[in-house]
Unconditional design. Sequence first.
Length: 274
Amino acid sequence: MADELEPTRWHFDYSRHPLATPGLLKIHAYMHVTCRVSKDYLLVNKGFRAMNPKDKKVFRWEVAPSCTQISIRLSYRSCSGWYQSLKCGVQLPFESLLERDLMVLQDIDPEVGAFALKPETLIWSDGGRELRYTPDFQVITRNGRVVYREAMSQRKLDADPSLKGRRSRITEACALRGASFEIWTETEIRKQPRLANCARIRAAVAFLTPTNLPIVRSGLAAGRPVSLGALQAALGQNPELVGALLGLVAVGELTLDLNAAIGADTELRPGGCI
């Protein structure tokens, strides 16, 4: 492998990612990566067994023990994996971190009643050729509106805004189904503090335990909004109880303003039921 560089030890700084949590940072604080570098693709193998190189342009990464394998394409900053969806009730595969972040938003957004991944393939004819397109998501809003939604990097959209000349036909195909078509880039998906709030709320589901639930529900005034600070004063400063309150937001029992930073002044309002 004449054009291969010597193995280099890399350290990833996850602290700046919008979904970084103390637990995630604690896990990755000890992750060091040994790799051989090329200009195109990086294949990441997280486990005890090193990958066997397939050709000159495939590098071997050796990292801390894990059971997942991730493919990263540097040009699009993508990373594949699985996300446990609340609204879908199953693990969903994602092909990029941008797609995963959009799943988090849709899981927590109270306006989203349900969503499906890769719901169907749109097929149409153009000049005797059969063309196909599979949108990332079908979203059904709380008021019944149907939206087909695509997660795409802004750079990729800027380079090809017509989607290889198919965008107008995709929009028409969605309209025939009584739906609209949207492309969401990092501008919409990673808008803060909305994404950070949704990530925090999604993680807080872990605090919905049989011990915590009766305590936090006892502090809620039936049918009336209440501030997070007032609930903390009434329930005590146990951080798990704050987590449980945010967990109730995740499952729709409470709502809050996702576009404002979560703090003592955050108003919690009654939502639906678990």
